[in-house]
Design a protein around this ligand. Structure first.
Ligand code: PMP
Length: 428
């Protein structure tokens, strides 16, 4: 039995499903997850010592590549000075200033420890600020695992959704309206039906949790306009896209200003950090200034903040995003060319350091379209690549991530391996 299999069996005895977050278990692709022993730059090594070119990137945080020496040094130095104080630090001010300086819409920011906490808190704040209860989310967008967000669309337009997890009472999601991504008409109808009841619209402004799906031209602009017209709070969940899709997130790319933004992943540089922030007049409703409660024992943890701050500083180096965008696009375009040359129905897309690959002819614009991809072909592709030393996300419904440590040679190596794998899919 392989070492990875041994570890998976052993893990399953004390950890449900053998993993601490479900997608790691390879359920949708089958097979044995690789237990990672160490990682450096674009590579991970598993428990058997096998090396992979890694496009999981810790699901987003590893934008500089793994274990960047300056980030590691910052973490070590911070740890020497104490792991956690439960009192404010200067470094927290520095990271708040760094975030506010970079993200166009954010005037103030509060740190938390995960993306889930960030979105949960932002929604509570939006409700507290507007004194309204209903929220709008979009099918296929993931905003963490807070109860009111674990919901999928109901059977018809403007029906409230169904829980996607047991343990979530129907009452907890009765205020969550789930609409189709890129369907502005549905949002308009929702506002017409409930003009004074919708507290917020929360969206991944470029979605990365149903594979990569971009907004159609005018969609985000339309959301901005409707939220302003009806007095609702527009929340951009940039947990994945923040400092990933571009140096100022999707709001920088599009010039659209949300009222609140949630962040995590990159801003922690691999350590547990999340954040929510935005307009100062809305943020003034958070405790201790206002009546919306939110808190955290480890919020602003000094070791985590040191990793995040150093990461943000390194991202500011000239040319970082230009290179990242170029490499990611080379990968997406190169995969598409090779797959099509092999006669496969395949398309790919990218933005900044994120990419999507789809076993269907055209780039999808909604969850329904993503769901039309050939999942079985993806499964074969994934395992073909993994066996040859390239680790993509183990699901057809996840975006992929390139880092600053992925150089042209890594992309070329990936593409020639992919060519080999596509040929096996064609003949299968
Ligand atoms: N929002 C988005 C857009 C995400 O991609 C994720 C995580 N994939 C979350 C929220 C939840 O973040 P976390 O896993 O840190 O709780």
């Amino acid at each position: 039995m392989s070492r990875n299999s041994e570890l998976f069996d052993r893990a399953a005895k004390t950890i449900p499903g053998g993993v601490n977050s479900p997608v790691r278990a390879f359920r949708s692709v089958g097979g044995t997850p690789r237990f990672i022993q160490r990682a450096k730059g674009p590579y991970t090594w598993d428990a058997e010592g096998t090396r992979y070119i890694d496009y999981v990137g810790s699901w987003g945080p590893a934008i500089l590549g793994h274990a960047h020496p300056e980030v590691v040094r910052a973490v070590q130095q911070a740890a020497e000075n104490g792991l956690s104080f439960g009192a404010p630090t200067e470094a927290e001010i520095e990271i708040a200033e760094a975030i506010v300086a970079r993200m166009p819409s954010m005037e103030q920011v509060r740190l938390v420890s995960s993306g889930t906490e960030a979105t949960m808190s932002a929604i509570r704040l939006a409700r507290g600020y507007t004194n309204r209860t209903r929220i709008i989310k979009f099918e296929g967008c993931y905003h963490g695992h807070a109860d009111s967000l674990l919901v999928k669309a109901g059977s018809g337009l403007l029906t409230f959704g169904n829980p996607t997890s047991s343990g979530v009472p129907a009452e907890f999601i009765q205020h969550t309206l789930v609409l189709d991504y890129n369907d502005l008409g549905a949002v308009e109808s929702a506002f017409q039906k409930y003009p004074d009841e919708i507290a917020c619209v929360i969206i991944e402004p470029i979605a990365g949790n149903m594979n990569l799906v971009k907004p159609r031209p005018g969609f985000l602009e339309g959301l901005r306009e409707l939220c302003t017209r009806y007095g609702a709070v527009l929340i951009f969940d940039e947990v994945m896209t923040g400092f990933r899709a571009g140096p100022q997130g999707v709001q920088g790319l599009t010039g659209i200003t949300p009222d609140l933004t949630t962040l995590a992943k990159v801003i922690g540089g691999g350590m547990p950090v999340g954040a929510f922030g935005g307009r100062a007049d809305i943020m003034a409703h958070i405790a201790p200034l206002g009546s919306v409660y939110q808190a955290g024992t480890l919020s602003g943890n000094p070791v985590a903040v040191a990793a995040g701050l150093t990461t943000l500083r390194l991202l500011g180096e000239p040319g970082f995003y230009e290179n990242l965008t170029e490499r990611t696009s080379q990968l997406a375009v190169g995969l598409q060319e090779r797959a099509r040359a092999a006669g496969l129905a395949f398309s790919a897309d990218s933005v900044g350091g994120m990419f999507g690959i789809y076993f269907r002819d055209t780039v999808p614009t909604s969850l329904a379209e993503v769901s039309e991809s050939d999942v079985e072909l993806f499964r074969k592709f994934f395992h073909g690549m993994l066996e040859r030393g390239v680790h993509f996300a183990p699901s057809a419904f996840e975006a992929g991530f390139v880092s600053g440590a992925h150089e042209a040679t890594h992309i070329e190596e990936t593409l020639s391996i992919a060519e080999e794998v596509f040929a096996t899919l064609k003949s299968a």
